[in-house]
Design a protein around this ligand. Sequence first.
Ligand SMILES: [Mg+2]
Length: 84
Amino acid sequence: MSLTSAATEVTVAVEAARELERAVEKFGPMASPHEGWAVIREELDELWEHVKANTGRGPEARKEAIQVAAMALRYVFDLCEEAP
Ligand SMILES: [Mg+2]
């Protein structure tokens, strides 16, 4: 992995972490696996709309993809047991 691609990956991870922080401040923790699944699905559906519209590589699709990542992280932090 090059330094440039590593820096890009860190940047994307930081974006997802900021989105996670924003969502936790706004909505609090996920209350159940059903809620967590639904929230991830909602963000995934929003990304899908861009894919279907052939705008899946654009800036709005990127935002949705970051939100999918953030909500998956939120699921892990709020709902999952510690890793063995
Ligand atoms: Mg969204």
